[in-house]
Design a protein around this ligand. Structure first.
Ligand code: DCP
Ligand code: MG
Length: 371
């Protein structure tokens, strides 16, 4: 097996607490402390998307008919979802997660896996990275997340659910198999209601029961999935975290209403676009190493001129570079129909990775715990 496969991985699962409801409470202080139900309204035939933890005490949960939720808690606040807002907050959260690892796999709006095996932050301590993520998410979104830390996706996800809300749970490599022993099969990854029922009929209720069955016997009853269950029962889950690649470039362009040959006008437009891009770049805490100018002449012939730098550049430098690049084209001598600027070779601004530790008093305790 290649070294990278056999090495112990460090996986973090992040899951926001009562996500839609938490966003509503954040934006409407009058809701704080009340049971809040987000979803269809009770007089419609809608269902509950989520409920905050106050409402859950009355037995309200996701996917329940809103009318039933109303019966369980008549004085709960029922709110229609604002998906656009949740999507924006989700983007913000995923962007924060990518500051901590290139390998981030979003699962839904409020959930993601990170592989931090090769991270150098906090001397490679996944636990402290998870603490930092929670702190930064809270600081920048005013929302709490729960985190699970373990050596594979299956256990990291289970761990994040163990101390909700605002929890952080670590399942260390040596604890994994023992942990799975006591886990009800319904909570295993990939075991749905039907399989759970079938397993219970066979006397399989927990990980320990599952472990008593051989791979082949499981495969006989459950097909290929049987091999998978046998792995899980040993606390193993080889699925890699699949990063959805973040944006690698950022650009703008404009097609003029009338072709332009005035070089001054072209330079001004180029500078305007460059400022716009650099502003966006800064807003995302990104920096760029390459800048490209695109020119399309009046006959639709197109050229690009680009230059890369070892050091990231600021807006002033970028403006200088794009002027030089434009001068390497025939713009001005020939009429220009379209003009564009792109920056690429993007990476996170290093400072954003180094948030002050908010858990100073605990740091000595975790100093030697590099998992
Ligand atoms: N959601 C939904 N319908 C469902 C389940 C979820 O519309 N049946 C939406 C609303 C949730 C969001 O997805 O806020 C995230 O789902 P989660 O399962 O993570 O639930 P919450 O974040 O609301 O609560 P928890 O603290 O249990 O994670
Ligand atoms: Mg959630």
């Amino acid at each position: 097996m290649p070294e990278s496969m056999s090495r112990q991985r460090k996986i973090i699962h992040i899951d926001m607490d009562a996500f839609y409801a938490a966003v509503e409470e954040r934006d409407r202080p009058d809701l704080v402390g009340k049971p809040v139900v987000v979803g269809g309204l009770p007089n419609s035939r809608g269902v509950v998307a989520t409920a905050n933890y106050e409402a859950r005490r009355y037995g309200i949960h996701s996917a329940m008919p809103a009318s039933q939720a109303l019966r369980l808690c008549p004085f709960a606040e029922f709110i229609r979802p604002r998906f656009d807002v949740y999507r924006d907050v989700s983007r913000q959260i995923m962007e924060i997660l990518r500051r901590f690892s290139d390998c981030v796999e979003p699962l839904s709006l409020d959930e993601a896996y990170l592989d931090v095996t090769d991270s150098h932050h906090f001397r490679g301590s996944a636990t402290r990275i998870a603490q930092s993520i929670k702190a930064v998410v809270l600081q920048e979104t005013r929302l709490t997340a729960s985190a699970g830390v373990s050596y594979n996706k299956f256990l990291a996800k289970i761990a994040s659910g163990l101390n909700k809300p605002n929890g952080l749970t670590v399942i260390r490599p040596e604890e994994g198999p023992r942990f799975v022993h006591d886990l009800p099969v319904g909570q295993f990854y990939g075991i749905g209601k039907a399989t759970e029922t079938k397993m219970k009929k066979l006397g399989i209720h927990s990980g320990a029961d599952l472990l008593r069955w051989s791979q082949n016997a499981l495969a006989l009853h459950f097909g290929k999935a049987g091999y998978w269950y046998a792995l899980l029962a040993r606390g193993e889950d080889p699925r890699p975290v699949r990063a959805h690649r973040p944006r690698k470039s950022l650009g703008t362009e404009i097609t003029f209403a009338h072709d332009i040959s005035d070089i001054q006008l072209l330079l001004e437009e180029l500078e305007r676009q460059t400022h716009e891009i650099m502003k966006k770049l800064n807003a995302h805490d990104w920096q760029a190493h390459t800048v490209t100018v695109k020119v399309r002449y009046d006959n639709f012939e197109q050229v690009t001129r680009s230059q890369s730098f070892r050091q990231a550049f600021d807006a002033t430098q970028a403006c200088l570079y794009v002027r030089q690049l434009l001068q390497k084209t025939e713009a001005g001598n020939r009429s220009v129909r379209l003009l564009g600027v792109t920056v690429s070779g993007l990476e996170e601004t290093p400072e954003t990775l180094l948030q002050p530790p908010l858990w100073q008093d605990e740091s000595s305790k975790i100093e030697h715990d590099l998992f």
